[in-house]
Design a protein around this ligand. Structure first.
Ligand SMILES: Nc1ncnc2c1ncn2[C@@H]1O[C@H](COP(=O)(O)OP(=O)(O)OP(=O)(O)O)[C@@H](O)[C@H]1O
Length: 301
């Protein structure tokens, strides 16, 4: 069963009139991955998700969820997939619990109350269970959308900017729950503009730009793709050996910032400092983060 990809997208194109929103996207997400789909506004993330969810038809190409083609096998796709939409869409006439029961009914699940309670408990929604949806705050509505996406225990979950406009506490509890689901074998695909969240959570990342995938790799490889590290040091006496001049990025208020191409360069730099007889007062090695990688890739491609 591990061989069937959770998501398989081949040569996917989407035109909106003259706008070519997806320009031949190929993507495979394996079962059990925690995957980030990143890209600037308008890159095509939501369009791709809408095609997977069967809400939008691709102009050409194919897309499948757990081996089910999203067009030919729409019902099986819906069962395999839970989508947390970016927009706060909800039915204002029902309570939280009623909404979740109705949602269960769509999937033919009748005795689903134990799972509904478990999901609500994990999302801290139990005390809101009998509240009408329209009376909830934006963050609470977002939690209900997550619960609705999970009601049928789908093996694959797509979260489209689930933490936009959400407070720190909910973010943390939401991620703890999503992590637990991922550890339990659920495949998670996440879009977010908070790149530190993607870096902390996701094993693999795809970056979309103007409808094309411009980077697709493990988070670790992407982080390592920026070779340069910065070594920040204060030294006494405050005079760098001449041999290090080529590495100087800046020297402000006694703080020298030196560029290293690889971690391995550190040893040579320290040896030169030792030879020059300077004493290190303070030292920090800063690594590139996913935002640095994102900015570089978006700028270059
Ligand atoms: N129904 C539509 N009709 C016309 N154009 C559309 C439609 N939906 C999306 N687009 C356009 O397609 C492009 C991709 O939009 P999409 O919403 O997929 O981007 P996104 O990566 O999700 O952006 P964001 O980060 O802002 O959510 C944009 O230029 C958008 O204006």
């Amino acid at each position: 069963m591990g061989a069937t990809p959770a998501i398989l997208v081949r040569r996917l194109h989407k035109h909106f009139g003259s706008l070519h929103a997806l320009q031949g996207v190929d993507l495979e997400v394996r079962q059990g991955e925690f995957f980030a789909l990143l890209g600037p506004n308008g890159a095509g993330k939501t369009t791709l998700i809408s095609i997977l969810a069967g809400l939008t038809r691709a102009s050409s190409g194919s897309a499948a969820v757990m081996g089910h083609d999203v067009v030919r096998d729409y019902r099986a796709t819906r069962k395999a997939l839970g989508v947390v939409p970016q927009e706060l869409v909800y039915d204002p006439f029902f309570t939280v619990r009623e909404g979740l029961r109705i949602q269960s009914g769509y999937f033919g699940l009748r005795r689903n109350d134990d799972w509904i309670d478990e999901v609500m408990a994990n999302l801290d929604l139990l005390d809101k269970a009998d509240r009408n949806m329209r009376t909830l705050s934006g963050g609470m509505k977002r939690r209900v959308l997550v619960a609705q996406a999970l009601v049928h225990k789908p093996p694959v979950m797509i979260l489209d900017e689930p933490t936009a406009g959400v407070d720190v506490e909910l973010r943390q509890s939401l991620w703890a729950f999503i992590r637990k689901l991922n550890e339990g074998g659920h495949t998670i695909v996440l879009t977010t503009h908070y790149l530190e969240e993607a870096q902390a959570l996701c094993n693999r990342v795809a970056m979309l730009k103007q409808g094309r995938i411009v980077a697709l790799d493990s988070t670790a490889n992407l982080l390592n793709s920026i070779a340069e590290r910065h070594l920040r040091i204060r030294i006494t006496p405050d005079a760098l050996p001449a041999g290090l001049a080529a590495r100087v990025v800046s020297h402000i208020d006694g703080l020298h910032v030196l560029a290293l191409d690889h971690y391995a360069d550190l040893e040579g730099v320290l040896a030169q400092l030792r030879q020059a007889g300077v004493c290190i007062q303070e030292m920090e090695l800063t690594q590139p983060d996913l935002e640095d990688v994102f900015v570089r890739i978006m700028g270059a491609s």
